[in-house]
Design a protein around this ligand. Structure first.
Ligand SMILES: [Zn+2]
Ligand SMILES: [Zn+2]
Length: 264
């Protein structure tokens, strides 16, 4: 029982996930300023000095805002696929060559006792990808920033013990909200973000008896609410005969408040 994690921040204002075992600690994305990132680490009792690297999902600023600063200050290796590297290099300032590592989509990299599996998603960035963490038979999957969840993606994340799953917007709130139509169309498109309902429908295909916890992530601050996301997802799952609160629980995430470190 050593694989553990904290969702340090989740939402369009910044994303960071801390994942570790007794021996290895990793960060997925660094979408907050260096100062805010340090404060969040302190809040959950983790140390940036202990990290063996930062895995990047894509070059949008809510995922890389603090990347350059943290990598320089703590001399951390950065892992991203080639196209993401090309897109983010001009945005993160100077990072020395020996901190730059290529992690292609659709491959597995071993960090000590954690196997990390990358998989491509459908989102309007250079080559966005997310990760599944494997350790001693346990599986933690994170998937956000995708317009839809394909059968290929489902195949990779299926049966995780813990899911960190995008539940970005309520379609009606988005449609009626204040965003210009071009932005609404982008969010609703195949390369935008997953709605509460679509997230729940995808979950029905990937939840198995292994699944214990689902964290609803990357909620839109304008087009969603925690209670609404939770209720919408729960309703869909219950309608498919997967009652929430029995085999598995659903949890919120927050743009500013980290989740307590949880063992998988
Ligand atoms: Zn994005
Ligand atoms: Zn994002």
């Amino acid at each position: 029982m050593s694989l553990h994690f904290s969702i340090l921040a989740s939402g369009s204002t910044g994303n960071m996930l801390y994942v570790g075992t007794d021996k290895q600690k990793l960060l997925v994305d660094a979408g907050l300023s260096g100062k805010n990132a340090e404060a969040l680490f302190q809040q959950v009792g983790a140390n940036l000095q202990d990290l063996s690297g930062i895995l990047v999902t894509h070059e949008h600023s809510d995922h890389i805002k603090g990347l350059g600063v943290l990598a320089r200050k703590y001399k951390l290796p950065i892992y991203a696929n080639e196209k993401t590297w090309r897109a983010m290099e001009p945005l993160i300032g100077n990072v020395s060559t020996d901190q730059k590592f290529i992690f292609p989509a659709g491959t597995v990299k071993t960090f000590g006792d954690i196997d990390v599996e990358s998989f491509g998603v459908s989102h309007d960035a250079a080559e966005p990808m997310f990760y599944v963490f494997h350790h001693e038979g346990k599986k933690l999957a994170i998937i956000t920033d995708t317009g839809y969840v394909s059968d290929r993606m489902k195949g990779v994340i299926k049966g995780a013990d813990v899911f960190i799953f995008e539940s970005n917007h309520d379609v009606d709130m988005l449609r009626m909200g204040r965003y210009p139509w071009s932005v609404k169309r982008r969010i609703l498109s195949d390369v935008g973000h997953v709605s509460n309902e679509d997230a729940a429908l995808a979950m029905t295909d990937v939840i198995t008896d292994n699944t214990k916890h689902i964290y609803l992530a990357h909620l839109s601050q304008d087009n969603n609410m925690k209670e609404l996301a939770n209720m919408s997802v729960s309703q869909v799952l219950e309608s498919k005969g997967m009652p929430v609160g029995q085999a598995f629980l659903i949890h919120d995430t927050d743009p500013k408040i980290p989740t307590k470190i949880q063992y998988v």
